[in-house]
Design a binder for this molecule. Structure first.
Ligand code: PLP
Length: 431
């Protein structure tokens, strides 16, 4: 199996966190997202523990809640002592609705609306990560109107290229997020932020990309960011106290994926920050990161019921399931790879080559092509592994398909954390 949270029981059924996935499908219906609570908690603890070990207490892990956002997830992350990164009024609203401490929320976004900025200011979020000049000016004005002086970080594109999909690279000049270093934009923005009367510039932020397996970008980024902080000190007389290195730590979707252990990645990051601070004679800043996928992505799965199986001689076999791009658009978006298992035949060999198709009226509605699963038949339960990140949060109602339910499993027990949408929910906003 992909990782040790998945197993096979005496009935030959796939298990997650010790719970039989076929029983979950029977109890809650399909499609169904299943999250292993212990695994999510362990991921939070591993990141926190790594900073305690390799840095000092002046560090903060913010869960990037865009990866998977719902009330229970904010409660869980809060109970583990993490902060959260939100990128919309909706994520902020959900976090606050369960009493998430506002001072541990960072507000992101490349085109925050005026209403969202007012919401963030009135909620006294811990900091706002400013993306562009328009936002800088708008926020300064709004802060004045509301008699606030929010802490801000500026989002910098450090010019680091990493080996991941074009759509999830975020640190090169040709990217819609943040201020570029190469053309002087970043320094200009930092100068303006220092001068903005109603804003309190505390730091800088970068996010290199997502699903990164190399250590080097996290070793290179501190040198670039600390040297920028030093220039800000020298040129504008301001000592920045926080550097946030974003998220992007890769996870195992298939056997070919080789993620770096969290402890090792954080060790390298901390060492590089310390080295750069020494080199530039800059005080050790508060160090923060924003992992999303690596908190919630692995040890989760989606269960589907297999329906129509269509073999096209000398072409391929389509195995259709009762979900698809509406609950997992990642293959359609950027060819994301997954492993799939027929959950009620998990002890059988995976020797059947299938293209797993969704139920939507769209030829591109595929979850995986030419992938190996156990020989399927209609009525079998198919599990697609490691679907915790950017699946539910990217789900849609295309074809008016209701969004699936989500359950959390823990020590052999399960509980619903998001209810399945109904047809009534689908028409509830229609007039
Ligand atoms: C600013 C920022 N921080 C953190 C993340 C989380 O990235 P990941 O889920 O790869 O850890 C993202 C993802 O897009 C992001 O844009």
């Amino acid at each position: 199996m992909l990782n040790n949270r998945f197993g096979v029981n005496e009935k030959g059924n796939l298990t997650i966190g010790g719970v039989d996935t076929v029983e979950l499908a029977n109890a809650y219906g399909t499609p169904l997202y299943v999250f292993d609570e212990n695994d999510i908690r362990n991921n939070c603890r591993e990141f926190k523990g790594a900073f305690e070990k390799h840095y000092n207490s002046n560090a903060q892990v913010y869960y990037a809640s865009k990866a998977f956002s719902c009330k229970e997830m904010y409660r869980l992350v809060n109970s583990e002592g993490l902060g959260v990164d939100v990128v919309s009024g909706g994520e902020l609203y959900t976090a606050l609705s369960v009493g998430f401490p506002a001072d541990k929320i960072g507000f992101h976004g490349n085109n925050k609306t005026k209403d969202e900025l007012i919401f963030a200011l009135k909620s006294n979020v811990g900091h706002i990560i400013v993306d562009n000049f328009t936002e800088l000016e708008l926020l300064n004005g709004l802060a004045k109107e509301l008699s606030k002086k929010p802490d801000i970080l500026l989002r910098i594109k450090p010019g680091i290229d990493c080996h991941t999909h074009e759509y999830i690279k975020t640190a090169t000049i040709d990217c819609k997020f943040g201020f570029a270093l190469e053309n002087g934009e970043a320094e200009e923005a930092l100068k303006a932020a220092c001068q903005a009367e109603n804003l309190n510039l505390v730091g800088i932020h970068c996010h290199i990309g997502s699903q990164i397996f190399e250590k080097q970008p996290f070793i290179d980024a501190p040198e670039i960011m600390v040297s920028l902080a030093k220039r800000v000190q020298q040129k504008f007389g301001k000592t920045l106290t926080e550097i946030n290195f974003g998220g992007g730590f890769g996870i195992k979707y298939t056997k070919n994926d080789t993620p770096v252990a969290k402890d090792e990645m954080i060790m390298e990051l901390c060492a590089a920050v310390k080295t750069a601070c020494k080199k530039y004679e800059f005080p050790l800043p508060k160090l923060s990161i924003e992992p999303g996928r690596s908190i919630v992505g692995d040890a989760t799965l989606t269960l589907y019921t297999i329906g129509n199986i269509k073999t096209i001689e000398n072409v391929r076999t389509y195995v259709s399931v009762d979900g698809g791009m509406t609950d997992n658009p990642r293959y359609a978006l950027y060819g994301a790879e997954y492993e799939a298992v027929v959950a009620n035949k998990a002890n059988k060999p995976r020797d059947f080559v299938a293209t797993i198709a969704g139920r939507c009226c769209e030829s591109g509605d595929l979850i995986q092509e030419h992938t190996k699963i156990q020989t399927p038949k209609a009525g079998d339960i198919l599990a697609v592994l490691s679907t915790g990140a950017y699946n539910y949060s990217m789900a849609s109602n295309y074809n008016r398909v209701p969004r699936p339910a989500a359950v959390m499993v823990n020590n052999g027990k399960s509980r619903e954390i998001i209810k399945r949408e109904t047809y009534e929910d689908i028409i509830s906003k229609d007039i």
